[in-house]
Design a binder for this molecule. Structure first.
Ligand SMILES: [Zn+2]
Length: 425
């Protein structure tokens, strides 16, 4: 099937060159786009081909999220925790671990479907998720994969394994990961964080990642407590501990947050080439501090940490915070926003090809040019303007509505599952 985007204002996401052109978009996991000067006549088109009129619309590559948690979807509006958390460790204990232990497969499905809808409607078509449900581990990753597939967005999943709930859930987490990756799914070996992962588990996780030619996806030094724990238990800082375990040799690894690192740890990460994901809104929400990432050179992406699904919002927040922490400019934040594609490309992950496209109804009061686009990116373009979204050459959002699933049905299901979850808390 070919999708023709007629009379588009097309922005090349890498060169920022703007062209008035048609686009021919091919369907498929790795297929791309061409920019024909004329469209084929209707009688020469295949029956399933389609033309979308893009006159006046800004068309560009859709977006990706480097660190997400679908498991937090049903937390919105939930009852207050049994104790008001006084620090980050208590936020985990009284909020997130209180929720994730009560998730069952049905709630996970609802969370993934609703989250995928929000991602799609925000123009996000490639999602790297980090999932936890200690009492429903088996099959959790395939439930999430199927939900994402139904909505039509591409994914790179993992289960966050840890020692926090003992040997049973730890071994189940390893088994779920092994089975999911062995079935040919793309993903990581997920770990929660250094302070909930003992040496035996860390060793097993690195071995599992090597077995599947994957990497780790883990929270790193999100709070100072993670460093204090590593120093007390192992006499090493968190990144040094991961280095000793061989985790820095796994180039596909994603280290989320990296707030409380020394310069030496940052240099270790830089030399290793592993990837870091910045999530400033979540860091501010949890009051764990904010970090500068300049020493990490270019391997920095942006994520949501499950706070929401809107990567344009993540980029704006990272820009505002980054001015004081590292003097970041428009070009720096745009590069970070787009680095998720470079990450996917570097390791041949499927589902983030050139045929992932967003059509923006961008009602700008001023002219958009190649030279001033980054100013529009930071101050003008937002998710409200996401009109149509194409993932792997297939339309998944049209006129602001998801076309692949019934949004109302999913939200009704999610709301029922939310009540069920809150009832168990
Ligand atoms: Zn996270």
């Amino acid at each position: 099937m070919t999708l023709y985007l007629k009379n588009a204002t097309f922005l090349d996401w890498q060169s920022l060159e703007i062209k008035r052109t048609h686009l021919a978009v091919e369907e498929g996991s790795q297929n791309g786009i061409t920019l024909p000067t004329t469209l084929p006549s209707e009688d020469t088109m295949a029956r399933e081909d389609r033309v979308i009129d893009c006159a006046g619309k800004l068309v560009t590559k859709s977006f990706g999220c480097g660190h997400h948690h679908i498991y937090s979807t049903l937390a919105r509006g939930m009852p207050a925790p049994p104790k008001i958390p006084a620090n980050f460790t208590e936020i985990l204990q009284y909020v997130w671990w209180h929720i994730d232990k009560r998730l069952d497969l049905e709630m996970i499905e609802a969370s993934a479907l609703a989250s995928a809808i929000y991602c799609a409607k925000s123009g996000v078509t490639f999602v790297v998720d980090h999932h936890a449900s200690p009492m429903a581990i088996k099959a959790s990753l395939s439930v999430i994969a199927q939900a994402f597939d139904r909505v039509g967005i591409a994914h790179l999943l993992c289960y966050e394994i840890s020692d926090r709930d003992g040997e049973g859930p730890r071994e189940e987490g390893l088994a779920e990961t092994d089975n999911f990756l062995a079935a040919g799914n793309q993903g990581h070996v997920g770990l929660h964080a250094s302070f909930t992962v003992g040496d035996e588990l860390l060793k097993k996780a690195v071995a599992l990642a090597k077995k599947h030619d994957s990497g780790l996806h883990v929270h790193v030094a999100e709070d100072r407590a993670d460093q204090e724990d590593a120093l007390a238990k192992y006499g090493l800082r968190v990144v040094e501990r991961f280095e000793r375990a061989g985790a820095l040799e796994l180039k596909k690894s994603i280290f989320a947050h990296c707030i409380h690192l020394t310069d030496r740890e940052k240099l270790l990460l830089r030399e290793s080439g592993v990837w870091v994901v910045q999530n400033v809104e979540s860091n501010q929400n949890n009051n764990v501090g904010v970090a500068g990432y300049t020493l990490l050179t270019d391997n920095v992406m942006l994520g949501t940490d499950g706070m929401h699904c809107d990567m344009l919002r993540s980029a704006k927040a990272a820009f505002l915070v980054g001015q004081s922490t590292e003097g970041i400019g428009f070009d720096g934040i745009y590069r970070r926003f787009r680095n998720v594609h470079r990450y996917a490309q570097a390791f041949d992950f499927r589902g983030d090809g050139d045929n992932n496209i967003v059509i923006l109804d961008y009602d700008s009061p001023t002219e958009v040019t190649s030279d001033n686009f980054l100013g529009h990116f930071v101050y003008g373009i937002d998710a409200r303007q996401v009109e149509t979204v194409i993932c792997r050459g297939r339309v998944i959002v049209e006129n602001h509505r998801v076309t692949t699933v019934d949004e109302n049905e999913v939200l009704t299901f999610a709301s029922e599952m939310g009540k069920k979850l809150w009832g168990k808390m």
